[in-house]
Design a binder for this molecule. Sequence first.
Ligand code: FAD
Length: 352
Amino acid sequence: MAAKYDIAVIGAGFAGLACARRAAERGLSVVVLDRQSGPGERIHTTGILVKEAWEEWAVPAPLVRRISRVRVYTPNHRFVELDRDRYFFMATDTGALMRHLVDETREAGAEVRFGAKYLGAARNGAAFTLEESGVACRFLVGADGARSRVAESFGLDRNLRVLKGVEWEFEPVPGDGDCLHCFIDPECAPGYIGWVVPGVKVTQVGLAVHRHHKADMKRFIARLDPLFGLSRRTVLEKRGGVIPIGGLLRRFHTDRVLLIGDAAGMVSPLTAGGIHNAYRLGRLAGDAIADHLEGSAPDPGRVVRRAYPNHAWKRAARWSFDHLPVTRALEAGLLTRNLFRRLAERVFFSRV
Ligand SMILES: Cc1cc2nc3c(=O)[nH]c(=O)nc-3n(C[C@H](O)[C@H](O)[C@H](O)COP(=O)(O)OP(=O)(O)OC[C@H]3O[C@@H](n4cnc5c(N)ncnc54)[C@H](O)[C@@H]3O)c2cc1C
């Protein structure tokens, strides 16, 4: 006999936990299933939070480190420093943050199960039965990341435009301060950027590249050696994943099935940041599903689509970065430092 829930959420990432927590706060019975063995296992993100996300979540201080400055480097390591009205980011101990978010979700009343892989689901009238998990539900949420199995099993759209991200965590570089270092480097990071971030008790170094390119971390680290001396430091952990940059999928919902977060392509096409969107829109989805199941409120997918920001200028900027010789213009001095700084500030600090 299957255990019955109002909502089954697949994926205990930022999107799934936000949705589950909100729906549970609204009094619905919610189960979250994740294939990982436990919370905070196999992290695949740098985990930098924008200021707004940190303010909304009230993340405990030991889990974060304030990043007050951003430097953007050209390939020959000249840089501009960006600054906007005391705006800041937060680096996180992402594993600990995920455990914290799971605790909060459970405290709100949701059941969160690990070691529970979603394999597929069958519709039985007004309910779904999930294969092999003994779960039945009225509404199914796919928060299972960029390669969503829920999308696949319900014939929804898939993320086709993706970047490949790789990150190594080093023992901390002494005096690495409060600065996020971003490297425009078409050789090591074709299609996006490389970065060095002073994290919580570690230094995080990463590359994001077009999916058909190799993310050559050894080469990138060697190039950074004059700045950070990373090749002499111990690598503590390696991680990687894909980042959807094609924008919100056209078909991300169908009758009582909704994709959120990376599964739905809710990532900024320009900064490739998805955590704030995942959390904010996950929460909104939790409310919209509760409204829908309680009465005659519209399809939650329509509510989420209306709330999704129009990224038109970001998509245009993404196109320019992909197709115009930005780096050569920079190196040749055709793009002045001031203009470059203004463009970069718009990329890093614009929240719409
Ligand atoms: C290298 C890298 C660095 C990044 N850095 C940043 C950053 O600094 N800031 C930022 O804002 N964004 C960053 N992003 C993007 C950000 O990580 C994602 O947008 C965000 O994690 C999306 O959250 P999510 O909950 O939608 O999906 P995910 O975090 O991918 O969570 C999906 C969950 O679903 C589970 N799952 C998947 N399939 C199944 C299945 N079949 N059954 C059960 N469970 C399943 C997974 O185990 C996982 O826990 C980065 C991405 C990468 C790859």
